[in-house]
Design a protein around this ligand. Structure first.
Ligand code: KG4
Ligand code: ZN
Length: 341
């Protein structure tokens, strides 16, 4: 059984092919145009998706055909073997989602195959099922992206329950907004990660919010960093450039501790010992290291998707679509994307 999946929720255009639960190809076109604006510009993202979608789908088909031992140039023949088309339905930028959805519907119509609508956050979680070793159900997943921060209790591929969530900013936003305050370009998360590698994470102390239960909050941290930088640059205008590595390491250390303290609490309250991370922020090297250590200290099993399956990609959409196909969860051609879930 073969599914072609498309992801276009934000600023990455991606297409992937899954056959009998195995990913055959996964292509991602990044949009660099947004860097100069300090954030994703929705209208530019939609236009870039329009330009990227045909070449990206074509590349995914070619690679999958050669992976399957067929002629990679004969994409038309490979397309005939596709049993369903999947797309990201929500959440995301509506103009971006529409490009992927319309393309997916047109293909489903032309090939006369069913259409599968996938929730982007569910797909981030199921990225953990793409490669071995895989977690055993039930497991907990800390999903951390540019728009979400959630602890998800996963009982089966199609039964996911959010048991903890951010009250304000997402972890990715905390990284990106902190980076912006430091004068770093968008998206700043990967840059904080890079500079943090050379820095002392204990040098500066940022506050940890006291939020009850499994909730998160990052807006206080952002304000604390703003005041910290204002105070220190007033005394020394070169403060940021002279201390960039230590500042980045200290910010990253605090964001990671906020995330993992709640994940630890979730594991203790549920008694679940299989833990996963997912979403763009799970590419963060500090988080990956501390997460693995948390597992070792408590005798919990930890799982992290391969780097290319952490940030937005269509392989995770394909993986989710695979389970939906088995469960016959199809949508009709009238299905519309929505910005919010
Ligand atoms: O999942 P994702 O690719 O897109 C959304 O669905 O939001 O996540 C993007 C977020 C951005 O905030 C980006 O800065 C962050 O993930 N990110 C990182 C790293 N790589 C990506 N944050 C910290 N360290 C990284 N290495
Ligand atoms: Zn995402």
């Amino acid at each position: 059984m073969t599914i072609l999946a498309i992801e276009s929720s934000c600023d990455e255009t991606s297409a992937a092919i899954i056959r009998d639960g195995e990913i055959l190809s996964n292509f991602i076109a990044n949009q660099t145009i947004h860097e100069q604006y300090g954030g994703v510009v929705p209208e530019l993202a939609s236009r870039a998706h329009m330009q990227n979608i045909v070449p990206v789908v074509n590349a995914a088909l070619q690679k999958a055909a050669s992976q399957a031992g067929e002629n990679g140039n004969d994409t038309a023949a490979f397309l005939q073997s596709v049993n369903a088309i999947a797309f990201t339905q929500a959440p995301g930028l509506i103009g971006s989602l529409l490009v992927g959805a319309q393309f997916a519907k047109s293909l489903a119509l032309a090939l006369n195959v069913p259409l599968i609508a996938v929730h982007h956050m569910q797909a981030h979680v199921l990225a953990n099922l793409i490669e071995d070793p895989k977690p055993v159900f039930p497991f907990l997943c800390l999903t951390v992206s540019g728009g979400h921060t959630q602890i998800v209790l996963c009982e089966s591929p199609l039964s996911l329950k959010v048991i903890g969530e951010t009250m304000d900013d997402a972890a990715g936003e905390a990284f990106d907004k902190s980076a912006k305050l430091l004068g770093l370009p968008y998206p700043g998360g990967p840059l904080i990660d890079k500079y943090a590698k050379e820095g002392n994470p204990k040098r500066f102390k940022f506050p940890e919010p006291q939020i009850p239960g499994l909730g998160f909050s990052f807006s206080g941290l952002k304000t604390a960093i703003l005041y910290f930088l204002q105070e220190n640059t007033a005394a020394n205008p070169r403060f940021v450039e002279e201390n960039l590595a230590d500042i980045c390491a200290s910010i990253q250390h605090r964001i990671v501790s906020i995330l993992l303290n709640k994940l630890k609490a979730a594991a203790l309250t549920t008694g679940i010992d299989q833990l996963c991370i997912a979403g763009g922020v799970s590419a963060n090297s500090g988080l990956r290291k501390a997460f693995t250590e948390l597992g070792e200290q408590n005798n919990w099993k930890t799982f992290i998707p391969a780097f290319q399956y952490c940030t937005d990609n269509a392989a995770m959409i394909a993986m989710t679509a695979y389970y939906k196909y088995l469960n016959e969860e199809f949508v009709d051609l009238g299905a519309s994307p929505t910005a919010r879930a």
